[in-house]
Design a protein around this ligand. Structure first.
Ligand code: GLN
Length: 481
């Protein structure tokens, strides 16, 4: 079977129509992984036993003449920050190197119930902290489009796996851009749902008020199918919203004529690469030609987004990561003579440099005497950033921006300069801070053939409009259109 451009519906129908068994399809993906992944590094752990069990169940359904569920037989990748029952979950960290969770993350169990086949766990920056995947404790990931470049992060393995046909779709997580930015760098689609839309139960926490789970896919429709499957209330996550989940797939076909699309000058200014700007401006024109009304808006607090995000995220991380003490989970330092030496050495040996940097930054921002000046101030500015969006969404239905200021950079290019790495998150962190949904879709490429991403942001719980605009653009620029 040709795995290139294989979508959920195509894979599922092939299994349903007995063109291929789910088992053979999974085997074909493993062959592809064996061939390509030594070069790319997208996977950390393969879960072949579980995949073949899941595929076998789908094959039985077909042989009994039953209808497959929506993701029946579809091979997927799962970012290694999402717990998987019986399958090692390391969060890209040595400290969880041998951790085998007792249960599945809610998003993962919903995908299993919908018939998906779990190929394995995809590589990521340690505890999802990073923008290049170079912070994985295990190995970096290379961009399938140009192996000298990063795939983005922190869901770099998920984006690379989808881009290189080593999974039909993959799950990622986004705290400051980790679904959208790697999708943009690898030329695929990445959707961050509204905060609360998808349960975070079973997600290894980085910054709990900012963490989101969402899909990385080849098409907007596939993102809609996965979201429809994983969204919805879950009593295991008190922040998960008890709201009806629309049929995102049915909503895709609604016309976009007359929709008001905001363009913010703060996202098209200083620091934006020229080629990225041209591609995004061309995409805006394309949306206009589809009947959308383009409206200039302002998001004036954008300039404070990076310091705000890097204070809130590190503060929450310093608290969340306190649980890794060598007692309850994973790695424990050997031969410590006292309890405090065991704690200290476990954390020193188990965490990588970037994670330690974040814990120190966050602890500092939360400490007595600095709390008001940093953490409290950041929370106030976070509110101002959210209000910028509220104000904008009183005038427009969606906002279009570049996903990132540049296309994929070279491995090692920013590794020694954390500030340069942080600054490149400027267009993605704002949506996480405001809790609104956003998608990145491909919108052309640079002269060096590197993909460029277009970001579309929407109102709280209005993923349907975000997906609809993204789908209309995708269809309009499709080669056959
Ligand atoms: N690049 C951002 C960071 O390093 C975002 C990471 C994420 O979204 N998980 O924190």
């Amino acid at each position: 079977m040709n795995l290139n451009s294989l979508t959920i519906d195509a894979a599922r129908s092939a299994v349903q129509d007995r063109k291929v068994t789910a088992t053979t399809l999974a085997e074909e993906f493993y062959t592809e992984i064996q061939k390509d992944d030594p070069r790319i590094g997208a996977y950390l752990i393969l879960s072949k036993d579980r995949a073949l069990e899941q595929a076998g169940r789908m094959d039985q359904l077909v042989s009994r003449g039953e209808k497959l569920p929506p993701l029946g037989g579809v091979p997927i990748g799962i970012k290694d920050v999402l717990t998987t029952r019986g399958v090692r979950t390391t969060a890209g960290s040595k400290i969880l190197g041998n951790y085998i969770p007792p249960c599945d993350c809610t998003a993962v169990s919903r995908l299993e119930a919908a018939g998906a086949v779990f190929l394995g766990k995809t590589n990521c920056d340690e505890f999802a902290m990073g923008s290049s995947n170079e912070n994985s404790a295990w190995h970096p990931v290379r961009n399938p489009r140009d192996p000298s470049r990063v795939p983005g992060g922190s869901s770099g393995g998920s984006a690379a796996a989808v881009a290189a046909d080593m999974a039909v779709v993959a799950l990622g997580s986004d705290t400051g851009g980790s679904i959208r930015q790697p999708a943009s760098f690898c030329g695929v689609v990445g959707l961050m749902p509204t905060y609360g839309r998808v349960s975070r139960y079973g997600l290894v926490a980085f910054a709990s008020s900012l963490d989101h789970i969402g899909p990385i896919t080849k098409t907007v429709k596939d993102a809609a199918i996965v979201l429809r499957t994983i969204a919805g209330h879950d009593s295991m996550d008190s922040t998960s919203a008890d709201l009806p989940v629309p049929d995102y797939v049915a909503e895709l076909e609604k016309p976009v004529q007359g929709l008001k699309i905001g363009v913010a000058k703060e996202y098209l200014g200083e620091g934006l690469d020229r080629e990225v700007r041209y591609a995004v401006e061309a995409a805006i024109q394309k949306l206009e030609s589809l009947g959308c009304k383009i409206v200039e808006i302002s998001l004036p607090h954008t300039k404070y987004a990076i310091p705000t995000y890097y204070i809130v995220a590190t503060a929450e991380a310093s608290s969340n990561l306190a649980r890794f003490d060598g007692v309850r989970y994973g790695y424990r330092a050997r031969d410590a003579r006292t309890l405090s030496e065991m704690y200290r050495r476990t954390r020193d040996e188990g965490f990588g440099a970037e994670v330690k940097r974040r814990i120190m930054l966050g602890t500092y921002a939360l400490s007595a005497g600095y709390y008001d000046a940093y953490y409290l101030k950041a929370q106030k500015v976070r509110t101002l950033i959210a209000r910028d969006f509220e104000e904008a969404f009183s005038k427009v239905d969606a906002i279009v921006t570049p996903t990132c200021p540049t296309a994929a950079f070279k491995l090692g290019e920013k590794a020694e300069n954390p500030l340069a790495m942080y600054l490149a998150d400027i267009y993605t962190v704002t949506a996480d801070l405001a809790g609104i949904p956003g998608i990145s879709i491909p919108c052309g490429q640079t002269r060096e053939n590197l993909p460029i991403g277009l970001q579309i942001l929407g109102r709280h719980f209005d993923e349907a409009t975000v997906l609809r605009v993204a789908h209309a653009y995708e269809q309009a620029v499709a080669p056959s259109a």
